[in-house]
Design a protein around this ligand. Structure first.
Ligand code: ADP
Length: 352
């Protein structure tokens, strides 16, 4: 079965085309600058039409969908009901779900007879226990607005946890794993017996680690304090926390770790500080998750920084596990979210 995997962002479409179950990659590509000034690709429909004009014999389509709320714990075949739900979740994932939905609707128009599957970035974290996903807020807000920790990057965390089990030749049910997805967005997950039991991102991807441009954990009282002092509206404060903070905000230089490493080695104090804060926060999360799992069998690094930046991995691991009797294996595993989407889509359609 030939499965096309689509990952629609707000201004881009990434795709990979697989022959399953052999997992043979037939082609891949990216279309960028969709809808931007000067671009001749005005929307996702146009972008997908271009992609599909180069790809023949699509038998199934798998979509990455960022937010599946509490409804979607597993991949689903897309029908009108599913589309309605994904549309509803646009309210809590306004930066991601609308683009995912555009991709689904465009594929429906272009290939109306081909089955489509939605694989959700939140689904892997739906196994979190209640005490890990309920915030210390009035409980009524959970009931009224479904405010809770959802967690993201689930497809990547699940993929690398599976790979860790394969590489270690141990079944997931016997493993305590911490997966660190360190890219521009960063998150970390405790995977106990194959299940996500805690993860650093929250109701939105803003919580947790210090990221390229996102602040991660801060005192929530700072939001109203800053709004007051700087006379900011909600959109402006959101912009500061999501786009002007993190490595970029602290260093005042860049959100790109490669640039910061170079600047730090040339003597920039703020670049060095940004890296120190980034690493320190990761160490805190790893220590906390090791604690709740009562030990650790494997620590996995993935995504841009996790896969490529040896020095950062080294300073994260330095003195981290001195108190453990048995040291965990440290693994670097390139993530492949598209492959997991293809595997899940293939299995679901075959069963169907
Ligand atoms: P995204 O979350 O946007 O997919 P990436 O996973 O590509 O981002 O991660 C971006 C980060 O990874 C940047 O901080 C960059 O410095 C780092 N990075 C990406 N590729 C490399 C590389 N080949 N060598 C070193 N660092 C890299």
């Amino acid at each position: 079965m030939k499965v096309l995997v689509i990952n629609c962002g707000s201004s881009s479409i990434k795709y990979k085309f697989f022959k399953m179950p052999e997992e043979h990659l037939l082609s891949k590509g990216i279309i960028e600058r969709i809808g931007e000034a000067g671009s001749n690709i005005k929307d996702h429909y146009t972008g997908l039409r271009i992609i599909l004009s180069n790809i023949k014999e699509v038998e199934a389509i798998g979509h990455r969908v960022v937010h599946g709320g509490e409804e979607f714990k597993d991949p689903v075949l897309i029908n009108e009901g599913v589309i309605k739900k994904i549309r509803q979740y646009c309210a809590i994932a306004p930066l991601h779900n609308p683009a995912n939905l555009e991709g689904i609707l465009a594929c429906k128009r272009l290939l109306p007879n081909i089955k489509q599957v939605a694989v959700f970035d939140t689904a892997f974290h739906q196994t979190l226990p209640e005490y890990a996903y309920i915030y210390g807020l009035p409980y009524g807000y959970y009931k009224k607005y479904r405010i809770r920790k959802y967690g993201f990057h689930g497809i990547s965390h699940e993929y690398v946890a599976n790979e860790a089990s394969r590489l270690l030749k141990e079944p997931l049910r016997k493993l305590r794993i911490i997966t660190c997805h360190l890219g521009n967005g960063c998150s970390i997950t405790a995977v106990h017996k194959g299940k996500s039991i805690d993860t650093s991102m929250g109701f939105t991807p803003l919580e947790g680690l210090v990221m390229g441009t996102r602040c991660g954990d801060i005192d929530p009282a700072l939001v109203s304090y800053l709004m007051d002092k700087e006379k900011l509206n909600t959109r402006e404060i959101d912009d500061i926390l999501n786009k002007r903070s993190g490595l970029k905000g602290i260093s005042g230089i860049s959100n790109d770790m490669r640039v910061l490493e170079r600047k730090a080695s040339e003597g920039s104090k703020r670049a060095r500080l940004a890296i120190e804060i980034f690493v320190y926060r990761i160490k805190k999360y790893i220590s906390a998750y090791t604690g709740i799992m009562g030990g650790l069998d494997a620590l996995v690094f993935t995504a841009g920084i996790g896969e490529n930046q040896t020095r950062i991995r080294k300073i994260i691991c330095k003195d981290l596990f001195t108190y453990l009797k048995k040291k965990p294996k440290v693994l670097v595993i390139p993530t492949n979210e598209e492959l997991l989407i293809a595997q899940k889509s293939y299995r679901l359609i075959k069963k169907d």
